[in-house]
Each structure stands twice: as C-alpha cells, then as structure tokens.
Design a protein around this ligand. Structure first.
Ligand code: NAD
Ligand code: ZN
Ligand code: ZN
Length: 374
C-alpha cells in the first residue's frame, strides 16, 4: 500500500510503498477513505514532541471501511464503516467500567511505544526481511489501509459521509465532548470559549447543543470568529484588543459581573488557560482545559481563585468513550444538529500531505482532509 512515512524529524513526510501484515486476533484491516491532518501529526513530525519516534506512519483522524477482521473479532465485520480512535474503549478496564472517565488503560503502554497490543507492528518496509515500521497513536492513518485493534474502532452510520466522519476522530469530538461530557453545560448558562480552531469550534457547538444561552468566543482571527458565529457563538471577542483588560471585560459581561458559568480553553497556551480560570464565575464557575501545553510549561493560578469556588478540569478527547460516544456524535451530525462542512477547508491527496502541514502552519482554514480515492 501507499503510506506517508515520517523518516526523519523536521523533514517532509515521504509517501512510498509500505507493507501491511494481516490482522491478528482482535485486529481489523480497514481501507481508509478519508483522514484529517491535525496539529498532533505536525508536532510529532517536527521532532519537538519528546515522546515521538521515527520512522513511523503518521495520521490519526481516519475514517474508512472494514476490509477484513482477524480471529476473535465479534463487534465488527466486513463492510462496516468506522472512525479510528487514538483513545480506545476496551469496555473492561478499571476506567472503562467507570462512567467518570474515558481514559482506557488496556493498550496504553504498547500504543505509546508504537506497537499494536501484542507488542509487534503490522507495518514494514517492502520485501523479505524489510524492517518494521512503528504505528503512530495506534492508528497510522496517512495510509491507504491500517490494521488496528477492534477496541480502537467506532462503528458509525454507513450513510454518514466518511470525509466528514473522520473529523470526529479527534478535534471535533474533543470540543463537543468538553462541553457535553466534561463540563456538562447546563441549559440557560453562560459560556466562554478561548480558541476557535477545530477544538474550540467543537466546544462552541457543544455549548449550543446543551442549550447555553450565551456563548462568547475569543480568538485572534476574525475569520475563525466568524466560523464560531456559525457554530452558535452569540458574542465574538478579539483576544488582542486590549489583552490586559480582556478577562475583566469578560467577567463584567457575564453572570451579573461575577464571570461565566463555564469556560473552555482550546489554544494550548498556558497564559490563555489562566485567563480561562479567571473568567470562570466565582462560586461555581468551571474551567475546562482541552489545549495541550508545551513540555515543561505550567499553569499559573492564584489559589484564591479556587477557594472562592472556581474549578478546573482537564479533558482528553472530550471525555468521550470512543466506541459508544463517537457514533452518537456522528448521529447528531446526520440529524442536522452539527454543521461539519465549514470545518473542511481543503481536500487533498495522500501525495499532498505535506501541503496539509503548510496550510495548517499558515492557519489557512480549519482542516485539510486527505481523500484516498482522489
Ligand atoms: N485534549 C485533547 O484530547 C485534544 C485533542 C485535540 C487537540 N487538542 C489541543 O487543543 C488545542 C487546540 O487545537 P486546535 O486543533 O483547535 O488548534 P488550532 O491551532 O486550530 O486552534 C487554536 C486557536 O487558538 C487561537 N488562539 C491563539 N492564541 C490565542 C489567544 N491568546 N487567545 C485566544 N485565542 C487564541 C488561534 O487563533 C486558533 O484559532 C491544541 O493545543 C491541541 O493540541 C487537545
Ligand atoms: Zn488530532
Ligand atoms: Zn478500557
């Protein structure tokens, strides 16, 4: 098959022939139809990610069709439409059986090493004796096919277009889930969302679906703020207009001058995380942090902000238990409740994957989607 390989950090990905071994027990062969290009792929490709490794096949926002299943696979069969999950759901571990979290522990250690759960890889260089290539995030979806564990595939409505469904594999579900699962925004409440990328826009949509009365979105870009309006933001604020008084103004605007019931951080900037804590309402405001900060960075919060009732929660993949939650979010999209099309700014081929990175670096649009049939 053809796949985009990260050969060396800081170098463009190299699209080339790669061999994919057959699925083993508990594994599934998926033919990919579409895959989003995300910051996490670029972050690893750049070499800045301390846990990154090469060579590997990047990509984690995949959607496709089950081609074949290995032994003991019971919940999926040939022809099923699936979204790939970097955050699996085994259904049995200490976290999967608890409704409070989505942090499945079943295959974490091996996944972080670039292996499938049995400690080996299905990816290799072509030919006899070709060296192994490691998987990335347990997904490696910048490729025509992938082999993944059954527990890391969400079966979705076969009517859902896969070029849209793939966005639910990462940022969109993260934002929606931050509002719907982690914060569980109440109807009639006031929300502030910092950042209007894929995650922040998803959070705006999640707040709207929960029935929030007021949704203030803060970003640096006018274009992105307009997208936030399309997702249901009622107020837009430019982050760089008088940044010193930004929090003060937000607090004044909300909760009768006490701050917002819910705030969301979706920028990855620790200074913005602090703003999100400070803009949360005294007494019960909840700040949900979804952004991933740089290595070694810390969140600076005056403890009095917490004593006086503000709370801080982190959210990984929006707290969404993937196999159950992603199909439900895709159903909401199919019912017309989530407007996904504005997120797709560019459609590219696998060979153009590096252009996807360039577009992202230039903040040109929200998502480039690789279409494998192009
Ligand atoms: N928690 C998770 O599971 C998870 C999953 C996916 C992504 N993420 C993280 O979420 C964050 C957002 O991801 P994304 O794909 O939406 O990124 P993105 O870069 O597309 O969006 C970030 C947005 O923040 C805005 N921004 C930058 N500085 C700002 C400031 N000072 N004030 C207000 N807005 C500002 C940018 O203009 C941009 O629109 C990243 O840190 C990413 O790593 C987390
Ligand atoms: Zn992603
Ligand atoms: Zn589990």
């Amino acid at each position: 098959m053809r796949a985009a390989v990260l050969e060396d950090f800081g170098e463009p990905l190299v699209v080339q022939e790669v061999e994919l071994r057959d699925p083993r027990a508990g594994e599934v062969l998926v033919r990919l139809e579409a895959c989003g290009v995300c910051h996490t792929d670029m972050y690893t490709a750049s070499g800045v990610d301390p846990s990154g490794y090469a060579p590997t096949v990047l990509g984690h926002e995949g959607a496709g069709v089950v081609e074949r299943v290995g032994e003991d696979v019971t919940s999926l069969s040939e022809g099923d439409h699936v979204v790939t999950l970097f955050s699996p759901q085994c259904g049995e571990c200490v976290h999967c059986v608890d409704p409070r979290t989505n942090l499945c522990m079943a295959i974490r250690a091996e996944q972080n090493l670039g292996h499938l759960p049995d400690g080996t890889t299905r990816l290799k260089r072509p030919g006899d004796g070709g060296a192994d290539i490691r998987h990335f995030m347990g997904t490696s979806t910048f490729a025509e096919y992938t082999v993944m564990p059954e527990i890391a595939l969400a079966k979705v409505d076969p009517e859902a277009p896969l070029d849209r469904a793939c966005l639910f594999a990462c940022g969109l579900s993260t934002g929606l889930g931050a509002a719907m699962n982690t914060a569980q925004v109440d109807a009639g409440s006031t929300c502030v969302v910092f950042g209007a990328g894929m995650v922040g826009l998803g959070a705006v949509a999640g707040c709207r679906l929960q029935g929030a009365e007021r949704i203030i979105c803060v970003d640096l870009s006018d274009d992105r703020l307009e997208l936030a309006r399309g997702q249901g933001a009622t107020d837009l604020m430019k982050a760089d207009d008088n940044p010193e008084s930004l929090v003060e103004r937000l607090v004044e605007m909300t909760g009768g001058g006490y701050g917002a019931d819910y705030t969301f951080e979706a920028t990855g900037n620790v200074k913005v995380m602090a703003q999100a804590v400070e803009a949360a309402r005294m007494a019960w405001g909840l700040c949900t942090v979804a952004g991933v900060a740089g290595k070694g960075e810390t969140l600076d919060v005056i403890p009095r902000w917490l004593i006086t009732g503000r709370r801080v929660a982190g959210s990984s993949f929006g707290g969404v238990k993937g196999r159950e939650g992603v199909p439900k979010l895709v159903d909401l999209y199919m019912q017309g409740e989530i407007d996904v099309d504005p997120f797709i700014s560019h459609r590219i081929t696998l060979d153009e994957v590096n252009r996807g990175f360039e577009l992202m670096e230039a903040q040109d649009g929200i998502r480039s989607v690789i279409e494998f049939s192009r």
